[in-house]
Write a protein that binds this ligand. Sequence first.
Ligand SMILES: [Zn+2]
Length: 113
Amino acid sequence: MLLDMDISIALKNFSGSYDVKNFSLFEASKISERFPSLKLKTVNKGISIEIKCPICEGFHYYRYSFNELIKRELIVGGCEALGIPLFYIGNYDKVKQRVDRCNNVNRSLYAMM
Ligand SMILES: [Zn+2]
């Protein structure tokens, strides 16, 4: 079985919009380089993620199996303290769609201020 291990990650930054980057799950160390507040490790049949939250400034931990990553087109991880989405992981098109929508909302909010 050949697995496509390319994923996109969108992470909320400190200004409230999302940064989107593409990775292969086999380059976990690169992910931490590009997103200093996110640590991704491949563990037994899956990944574990540790995030320094830009909203509540605490640390949040998540764990997903490779199965889950492949089957679900979009995984949303949120701030446990406030219930606000923090990151999206999955298929590039889905991630991009979601992030564009959020970033546009942010831009129009800024425009109104
Ligand atoms: Zn948080």
